[in-house]
Design a protein around this ligand. Structure first.
Ligand SMILES: [Zn+2]
Length: 139
């Protein structure tokens, strides 16, 4: 488990560190949800597990951050924060960074995919980049 995160997020960070994306799913009503919770927000069941998804989605919305919220981010400006939605995780919108897309190319519906870590280290936050021809499609 990543240090400093609530226990409900353990599955998220376990999958992310392995380069995968997963969301909580209820074993009673079969619905997924995000953020992780101790009870299903749809039926209040405590029978939850993690369902891996393909890591391919679309930008639902985005913003460009041009001012550092703390000095540790000052050297990274500007950066893109987006809500990403997924065909295999209906109803989920994940807050994530978008990299490798020019500002002029950002648009709602832009196909994106979970990026592997650039330095070979385990992922600690989801970063998405453009889905290019020849990569896994959204279908
Ligand atoms: Zn449920």
């Amino acid at each position: 488990m990543a240090i400093g995160h609530r226990a409900e997020f353990e599955g998220h960070f376990d999958h992310l560190s392995a380069g995968a994306l997963a969301f909580p799913v209820c074993r009673d009503c079969a619905k997924m949800h995000w953020y992780p919770m101790t009870l299903c927000p749809h039926c209040q069941s405590s029978r939850l597990s993690w369902r891996p998804v393909r890591g391919v989605g679309e930008i639902w919305s985005w913003t460009i951050v041009r001012h550092a919220f703390d000095q540790s981010q000052a050297g990274k400006l500007p950066y893109v924060v987006a809500l990403v939605c997924f065909a295999d995780a209906p109803g989920i919108r994940l807050v994530a960074n978008i990299e490798g897309v020019a500002e002029a190319d950002l648009r709602i519906g832009l196909p994106v995919r979970l990026m592997p870590p650039a330095d070979g280290q385990p992922l600690t936050r989801p970063v998405f980049g453009p889905l290019r021809a020849g990569q896994a499609s959204l279908a």
